[in-house]
Design a protein around this ligand. Sequence first.
Ligand code: HEM
Length: 403
Amino acid sequence: MNSPVQDESTPAGDALDLRDPYPYFAARRAESGVSHGTVMDYSRTPESLRPKDSYSAFSYDAVNAALRNSQVFNTALYDSTIGVFMGPTILAMHGARHKAHRGLVSAAFKPQSLLTWEPEIVRPICDALIDEFTERGNADLVREFTFEFPTRVIARLLGLPEEDLPFFRKAAVAIISYAGNVGRALEASKDLQEYFLGHIEQRRSNPTGDIISDLVTAEIDGEKLTDEAIYSFLRLLLPAGLETTYRSSGNLLYLLLKHPDQFAAVQADRRLLTPAIEEGLRYETPLTLVQRYVTEDTELDGVAIPRGAVLDLCLGSANRDENRWERPEEFDIHRRRIPHISFTAGGHTCLGLHLARMETRVALDRLLTRLTGFELKDEGDPHIFGQPFRSPNVLPVTFDVVA
Ligand code: HEM
């Protein structure tokens, strides 16, 4: 199996600790909501893919304001970064074009679909994975559970055969880590294009009720998606759908295991799962940063930003803003709930947020229904790390089976 984690030796920029970037974020917030410079580590990124000038937003208000002003802060820069490998996707579009394409692909994520996906796809996948380690009384929940279930779910939703899982998981990882190996990412992009084109052809002649079939038939005002738009969207869905969900569910499990009283509360009262999921997303944001291109000379939180700059929006920092949350540096599932910004805000708000929440809820619910007495072991030094993607490296646990 591919390693589910990133390389921990990646050098962090400027005093940013990959294990705990939060003191760095707090210090930057204390100075100013917005400042000159980047949070990204571009040391391994080819010159051509590096921004010429960068600014960073750290406060909740600045991040939120920029996300909601797509006229001035748009996503076009993704065309020259991740878009090189994914192709033209809704992530990099803006204005009317984004609205139209998002409308078309949203058809494949209808809220009613979740009602059937939960019992027919997500729950059986989680149960089958738990079956594999139940008798052993121990497991690495990253390798055997959190890394596995979102990949299998997305494969089933797309109607892809299980034996292709290793192929597209490897390709998705190659695309998302393009900065470390551009050649490998381009190759993976081409392989996925050919692979998906085959499936698109098949669904055209024989629709099978999965997301690819929905994309092939989706139509608004007589307009259909082109093949390029479909396979590019599918190339986006792989990393978008599995990378973030596996990381956020691992973060939540880690946080609960480290806070046994809160773990026990959730195990005793499953209504606490939803607040626990939201607090996990706030406290350990799986994707701590998104970026925007600045389309005109402007000002954000009193700081002048020139046209052409790239703005890093630090979701991880915004989610710990002391001006919005009391005790932001505490993980507390019982806190008064106000919305976090882990799925961003504005026009590009995560399209899969309902699916992600449902998957995480079902995964945790199945674990807690079938197993109990979880204890986190020290093997492999379990800890959350990474930037911009964060999650635990391992989660070695022992447990008992619920009688
Ligand atoms: C906890 C899990 C997830 C997190 C934290 C997350 C986070 C995000 C974020 C931060 C963005 C906005 C990027 C930006 O504004 O630059 C985004 C967009 C998106 N996400 Fe998610 N995501 C998650 C799960 C999913 C899933 C399960 C899917 C689908 C299977 C998905 C599909 C998408 C798509 C298609 C977009 C692009 C929307 C647009 O540009 O209009 N995400 N996600």
